[in-house]
Every structure is written in structure tokens, then in C-alpha cells.
Design a protein. Structure first.
Length: 633
């Protein structure tokens, strides 16, 4: 070993050099009492849409897949026939009858032979299974009718895929020849391990015909909401301290074609009155996550809704010409705003009250369309102007966001999107440094460093963090920003877009390194950006310095994207500060390192304390994102 050399350096000496290898020191001078500008309190929020099974099979906690029998495979996807013992039956979709005008079809179960010991029926495999835990109540319902008064009860069971063991069972009686909703609760056994390898079975023990529609099953949800959300995913979002939710898209707002857009009026009220619709991400949306559910999600996480309204352009290029043809779409947007904000004395406010939410929601931002730079017809100038005029006339306080630069009208806010590699974000950390402060405010409505799949790796997190230092430094003009996409179901076939912030399967979820960078930046946002200078920084070091004036805390967000340690001398210009500072650190050995569904906490922030003072030295490890919280005396 001693004989081995590299470039003439003995191996042991080389090891010593490498162990201490570091970049040249940087000096960071912070003016703790000099604000450059206020930090936008709305800076970090969430952008979501139905993509990667974000709602169905994701946040929206429904366990039954294709619950209305209108997914693909002619309505039977995820449903299978059950024939116990010597029972004989068949199932087929029936387009002639269904539980409502909105859901005019159903699954017809024709039972030729069955008795209580040999039942027949159908089963649902869920979204890559059904996650069950011990001693837990699962609440469900189905719509049904039968052609025979003798049909008797429907047995409802949760069954383990691998063992066939029934882990929860109940019965429902009272089927008649009319469509009716039947509710049930399934309580799981106390001795089961958490698992997604389960399915739902509905059986009868008598010959005859039964039609089934809208079969639903929910686990406990966040804040115990009926028709609510997965608890783990809501908790992950809450940890990001998001200030707003941009919804319902994205491409999902626009649909591939005009008649496949997010038609909000078809997403409110009882589930049985929601017709469901195809989404541009190649699967059918249940519309269980409807307009009111989005708003309640905002309420649960104390976020402002940022409502995107359909503006007459769909993804495959269809557009509506400004003028009379566009007027119904403008009216639809006005109705939507009224549903969100109107009192019980307004037509659409009264609908919201009827849907169970008496209090109006506060709304400040409305976005007109999505990525309308794709509209090569040039109609967006006219479309934006028409929406702008009508909305401002009725709601002058609303801030209206344009999705592309427009001529003729000055938008209040412009939405810009960036999907890039880490290197580009290192260069682009200064992107908004020279932006005209007299133009529209900026909303970075979609952005991400796209490295790593299904969720980004540490290299991407470094790109993200560099970019966010630029957003904070420019948050006088950049008032809001949201990473996209937020979610991905990592099961086979779940992903349509590579690189998504939070991954999950049916049972578990995890945050990517990029997610943790967002958690750190969101938690230590501050309300003032402080003046500062740096000397000696190379092209892989980034920082943002903010202060929470009320708490008398200065936050240094430091990013070392280099493979070497980075010493920094921090000079607070004589400010009186506590002798120790809190350090939150996210780092990895290399840029490829990542978290996965099977290794969910490999890279997570670690809290510690470091010696501090009005001038002190601190060394960042290679590939690290850190927040130093310095308390003023
Ligand atoms: O975030 C994924 C997609 O990227 C969005 O739906 C769309 O707005 C953008 O092109």
C-alpha cells in the first residue's frame, strides 16, 4: 500500500489530502438590521392536478378503483367475478340502468346458482390493493337494485389476497327493485399486519339479478372528513408550510379537448351526481376530488385557494374564439368564483351551502387558463382580456394571473414554468435578479429540477435549493412559487411524469430529498430578506438570508452543491447573537443518492447546534443544504 502512488503522491498522503479537501473559504457578510425587502408571505405553496394517480389512487382516500364502472375495459377494469363452491354467475356492464342520471350505467350480476354456503358476486382489487390496518373501521356504501324480492342480504368482506382470510365482514339487507344507497362499516380484525394485499368482495347467496353502482370504501381520513384525504399525505404537505394551493391544474384543467376539461359544475354535490370524466393523463377521473374537496383541502392545511379557471383552450389545440363564443366560459368562471366566495343569498353560494359548507372561502388569486403559450392561434390576448374585464367588473379585488405574456391588458401576475436540470438551476439562481420591478408580479406556478425518477435525487434537491435561494432573494417580485408535480404513485403504471416530489404506494409514502429541501425552506421562510454580500463564492455555492423580525431570528440558507466541503466565515457585523445556532442539515455522499418507497428516510434533515457569534466559521459538508437559525439577543 505504501508503494502505491497517484501523480507522484504516496497513497497515504493522498488519503490525508482527500480527507481534508475543501473549497477555498467564503466570507458572508450579513446586515442583520438592514432589510432589502419584505419576503412574500405567500412564497411557497402547492400545485396539484390529477396526474400520476395523485387523487384517485393517491391523496383522495377512496379504496375502490373504477367505483362507477366507467373506467377502461368497457367498465369492468379492477372488477372480477366471484363464484364460491358450486355457485354459478356472470357479471357484465349494463349501459341501460344506473343509480342516477349522471351515472346511467352499472354492473349487472346474474346469479344462476348460489346459496348461503356457495355465494356469487364480484370483487374489486383496489388501487394496487387495499391498505388495511388492524382494529380499524372502513366505511363504505353501494347503490344496488334487484329483480327478486327473495335476493336476501349482500355480504361485504375484506379479504387478504395471499391467504384468502376474511379480515372484516358485514351484511347489508333491504335490496329492492329500485336503486337505493346502502351503507356499511367494516371493522378489521385485531391481529392483522398493515398490508395492501387485500381486496373487497360483495356476494349474494340466492339466484337472481343484482345491479351495482357507485361502490365506495374509505379508511379513516385526515380530520375525519367524509369523502376525505389520506392522512400520511396530508401530514407530509402540512410539514411544507404551504401558503396556497393552485388547482385544478395544469393540463388537467384544460383536458385534451374542450369537452374533457375540468367542468367544475360536474364535480360538486353528492358523488352519485358526478358523471366523472377522462383526464389528459390517460386515466379516468372519479371526480371525487371536486371543487369543494379542493377548497376543504385548503381549509385543512390553512392554505389560500389559487383557483385556475378554464379559459377556452385545451391541450390538443382546440380553442374558443374571444367574443360571443367565449361568453359561456366566462360566465362559468364567474359562477365558479361565486360558488367559492358567495353568500347564501347568491345562486352559487347557496349551492355551496347546500353542499355542506355554509362559510364562503377567502379568495385572492384567480388564474386564467394554463400554459396558454401553447395556443398557437394567438387567441390568448383576447381570451385573457375578456375574462379579465368580466371578473374585475364583478370582483375588483381579485388578482388575475396570466399564463403567458399578453398584449393589450396588463395582468396582475404572470405565471412562469421551469422544468430544468440541476446545472441550469445553478446558473438560473440569479434568474429574477434583474427582472423589471414595474411589470406584473411573478408566480412560478410550476418548477422542478428533473433528475431522478420516480422522485428526484439529492442532485435535484441541490438544484432546487439553489433556485429557491434566488426566489427568496427576489421575493419582492416573485410572490408565489409551487413545485410540480407534487405526487406520484410509484406502483407499476402509476407514473406519467418522471420526477415528482412525494412518492407513495397504497400503504406508505415518502419525501424525496427535494421534498425535504422544500420543508426546510418553508419552515424557515422569515418575513424580511436581509442585505448581505459574499466574497470568494464559486459557482456551486448559493445562499439566501432572511429574518423573522417578531422572533428575532436570522435564517441563513446555505447550499453547497460541490463535492468538496465549503468553509464559510459568517460576519454578522457586530450583531449581538446567542452563542449557539440551530443547524438543520440535509446532505448525501453523492448526487445520485435518494429516498425510495423501500428506503424512505435515507436522506432526511438532521438537527444539531453549532457555535455561533457575531463572527464565526462554519463548514458545509459536500452536497449539502443547510439552514442556520441564529437568535438575536
Ligand atoms: O406538471 C406537469 C405538467 O406540466 C402540467 O400539467 C402542465 O401545466 C405542464 O406542462
Amino acid at each position: 500500500m505504501f508503494e502505491k502512488t497517484f501523480a507522484g503522491i504516496p497513497a497515504l498522503a493522498l488519503c490525508a489530502v482527500l480527507a481534508t479537501a475543501q473549497n477555498a473559504p467564503i466570507t458572508l457578510t450579513v446586515h442583520a438590521d438592514e432589510a432589502a425587502h419584505p419576503v412574500s408571505p405567500m412564497l411557497y405553496g402547492l400545485m396539484t392536478e390529477e396526474i400520476n394517480y395523485s387523487y384517485d389512487g393517491g391523496l383522495y382516500a377512496e379504496m375502490v378503483r373504477n367505483r362507477t364502472f366507467n373506467g377502461s375495459w368497457d367498465g369492468i377494469q379492477s372488477w372480477y367475478l366471484v363464484e364460491d363452491g358450486n355457485a354459478a354467475a356472470k357479471i357484465q356492464p349494463d349501459r341501460t340502468t344506473g343509480p342516477s342520471a349522471a351515472l346511467p350505467h352499472s354492473m349487472k350480476l346474474t346469479v344462476e346458482k348460489a346459496d348461503p354456503a356457495n355465494e356469487a358476486g364480484l370483487l374489486n382489487v383496489g388501487y394496487w390493493g387495499m391498505a388495511l390496518k388492524a382494529n380499524t373501521a372502513y366505511k363504505g356504501s353501494f347503490y344496488a337494485k334487484t329483480d327478486t324480492a327473495e335476493m336476501g342480504q349482500v355480504r361485504v368482506s375484506l379479504v387478504q389476497n395471499d391467504t384468502g382470510r376474511v379480515v372484516a365482514r358485514t351484511t347489508v339487507s333491504g335490496l329492492t327493485s329500485d336503486w337505493k344507497q346502502h351503507s356499511f362499516t367494516l371493522m378489521t380484525a385485531g391481529d392483522i399486519q398493515p398490508s395492501a394485499a387485500n381486496h373487497l368482495v360483495l356476494t349474494v347467496g340466492h339466484p337472481g339479478t343484482v345491479w351495482m353502482g357507485l361502490v365506495s370504501l374509505f379508511p379513516p381520513t385526515y380530520h375525519d372528513r367524509t369523502n376525505g384525504n389520506r392522512i400520511d399525505l396530508m401530514e407530509k404537505m402540512a410539514a411544507m408550510h404551504p401558503q396556497f394551493l393552485r388547482f385544478p391544474g395544469g393540463n388537467y384543467l384544460e383536458g385534451d379537448h374542450i369537452n374533457e376539461r375540468f367542468e367544475w359544475k360536474k364535480t360538486i354535490g353528492p358523488l352519485v351526481d358526478r358523471p366523472t370524466h377522462p383526464s389528459p393523463w390517460n386515466y379516468h377521473s372519479s371526480d371525487g376530488m371536486g371543487l369543494l374537496e379542493f377548497l376543504e383541502w385548503c381549509e385543512d392545511l390553512k392554505m389560500q385557494p389559487l383557483l385556475a379557471v378554464y379559459a377556452g383552450y385545451s391541450l390538443k389545440g382546440d380553442h374558443v374564439e374571444p367574443g360571443a363564443a367565449l361568453e359561456p366560459f366566462v360566465q362559468d368562471a364567474l359562477d365558479e368564483i361565486e360558488y367559492v366566495t358567495g353568500g347564501a343569498d347568491t345562486k352559487w353560494g347557496a349551492e355551496r351551502v347546500k353542499d355542506g359548507h355554509p362559510a364562503p372561502f377567502a379568495l385572492k388569486y384567480v388564474e386564467i387558463g394554463n400554459e396558454d403559450w401553447f395556443d398557437k392561434s394567438g387567441s390568448y390576448d383576447g381570451r385573457y382580456a375578456q375574462f379579465y374585464k368580466a371578473i374585475k367588473a364583478k370582483y375588483p379585488a381579485l388578482q388575475l394571473i396570466a399564463t403567458a405574456p399578453v398584449k393589450g391588458t396588463t395582468p396582475d401576475v404572470l405565471d412562469e414554468h421551469f422544468y430544468v436540470r440541476a446545472t441550469q438551476n445553478f446558473h438560473d439562481a440569479t434568474h429574477y435578479d434583474k427582472t423589471d420591478r414595474n411589470g406584473p408580479k411573478i408566480f412560478v406556478g410550476e418548477w422542478a429540477t428533473r433528475e431522478g425518477t420516480p422522485t428526484p435525487n439529492m442532485g435535484a434537491a441541490l438544484g432546487d435549493a439553489a433556485w429557491m435561494t434566488g426566489l427568496e432573494r427576489n421575493s419582492d417580485i416573485v410572490i408565489m412559487a409551487s413545485y410540480a408535480p407534487l405526487f406520484v404513485n410509484v406502483n407499476p403504471g402509476g407514473m406519467q411524469w418522471e420526477s415528482d416530489l412525494i412518492g407513495y404506494d397504497t400503504l406508505h409514502s415518502y419525501g424525496s430529498p427535494s421534498y425535504w429541501a422544500q420543508v426546510m425552506f418553508g419552515e424557515y421562510l422569515g418575513d424580511q430578506a436581509l442585505k448581505s454580500e459574499s466574497a470568494g463564492a464559486g459557482d456551486k455555492f448559493f445562499y439566501s438570508i432572511t429574518k423573522n423580525v417578531g422572533k428575532k431570528q436570522v435564517y441563513l440558507k446555505l447550499v453547497n452543491a460541490s463535492s468538496l466541503a465549503q468553509p464559510v466565515t459568517i460576519d454578522l457585523g457586530g450583531a449581538q447573537v446567542a452563542g449557539t445556532a440551530k443547524l438543520v442539515s440535509l446532505s448525501a455522499r453523492d448526487t445520485q443518492a435518494t429516498n425510495t418507497i423501500n428506503d424512505r428516510e435515507r436522506i432526511v434533515p438532521v438537527d444539531s447546534t453549532v457555535q455561533a457569534g457575531s463572527k464565526f466559521s462554519h463548514t458545509l459538508p459536500p452536497y449539502s443544504i443547510q439552514v442556520l437559525q441564529i437568535d438575536e439577543k
